[in-house]
Write a protein that binds this ligand. Sequence first.
Ligand code: CS2
Length: 524
Amino acid sequence: ASTDPSLATPPRLSLRTWADRAAAGLPAGVRGPAVDPRGLRTGVVHLGLGAFTRAHQAVCTEDAAAATGDDRWGVHGVTQRSARVAEQLAPQDGLYGVLMLGQDGAGAETASLRVVGSLREVSFPGRDTARVLAALAAPTTHVVTLTVTEKGYRRRPDGTPDVTDPDLAADLAALVDELDAPASRPLDDAPAARSPLGMLLRGLARSRRADAGPLTVVSCDNLSDNGHVLGGLVHAALTSPPVAGRAGADALAAWVATHVRFPSTMVDRIVPATTPAHRNRAAALLGLRDEGLVVAEPFLQWVVEDDFAGPRPAWEQAGATLTHDVAPYERAKLRVLNASHSALAYAGALRGHATIAEAVADPDLHALVRALVDEDVLPTLVAPDGMDLPAYRDEVLARFANPATGHTTVQVGMDGSQKLPQRLLGTVADRLAAGAVPAASAAVLAAWVRWVRATSAGTAVVAGRAVPLDDPLAPVLAEALTGPEEGLADRVLGLRQVVPPALAGDDRLRDALRAALAALPDRR
Ligand code: CS2
């Protein structure tokens, strides 16, 4: 039987198939790498090779290389726990597409695709730790970037690293072993790194040992003050047990203090999980199958603290803002965008809305977000240079309303215990300190609590599917937050891993949360 050739799976994206495709002429809306990937050397190691960095930093880094002709800035991407992304990208020579989905002025959907070539090497720690450590210690590596999500930092509420975390503990043991090793001992049998912080610390130790020169470590996660948080974790890990007191630990801490910088950054781009439908759509545009495809809205923003120990890509030539003070940008983004996102995720999912776009179109939820931003958040912000905060709010809500990306409430709702302290509880603390009761923030907290209860009880259903609780603290949350209504607000505020002590004892917050929980009963 003959098969219809139009139904055959198209060939896989790679340097060769891409070159053939480009030679045959590209359709409108499809473009290739801004630089020839084969000409790039590796100057950046990225820890946490998820979808976000592929749609954000890797794009800016490529554009910076294209704008300057500087070929030092290929990226070596390192996955976290799974080999999947490495397996998707290795057969594609690191090439992947960014499918940009938006809306034109008349509300019609727009789609374009860009193949990115800045990712030159891909590693999976379970297999390639020695290779990653060597890359971190290479004199040609000047910048390490990270997107490892909030939970990836293994940070205790007091800002110190959680050395009881088994993965970090294993990495610290490996670090101690290497610090104790005589300079003559070869280090090529390194155990696999299990945590991003552990990989970084071990890489820094190797870098010092190799006298590889200065290094800049750039956190690109949604943590307030992310650079200082990461620098603080590195410092604390090196100056407390089990590492402190080892021969070499003090020297390494001192070397880090003089050779390594940890600038803060604000990153922004909505990047939903890639679905099979997205892949089919990209294949239709590209004529090639792309297993590494990522999806993004058209918007992209990056604000980077200009505090580098050595050379860096000229990201300012690729649309990034280099500044001496990232904090006001970061705070505005976390408190306006991310807090509203979480509000829509929890309140939306509880109402059965599958996507953020559906949730923000629900008048009650739109009103909740407006109250959150206008009454609680905006009074806590100082506008960064040239920024109009109400206009920023409107732009954020318009981005949320873009239905094209299909960003889901369930995706944004995951890891609430890690996200809410960063995006919501700072606002709450500031409003209480100013003598105001943040009622809308309490309503968002209540929505999270209802979502935790529903997901742990198995009664959360979105788009016809039961949704489980997806949170690294799931057992703790289920234990504390399920059960009787009586005392629920106290149990929420008593969550030490989530709620800082100053808020836990605040009667005004307790009353506001009680009222909010009463107004939003469990759904059955
Ligand atoms: C979202 C963010 O999933 C989430 O928690 O709020 O990933 C958000 O899409 C990005 O921060 C946008 O820059």
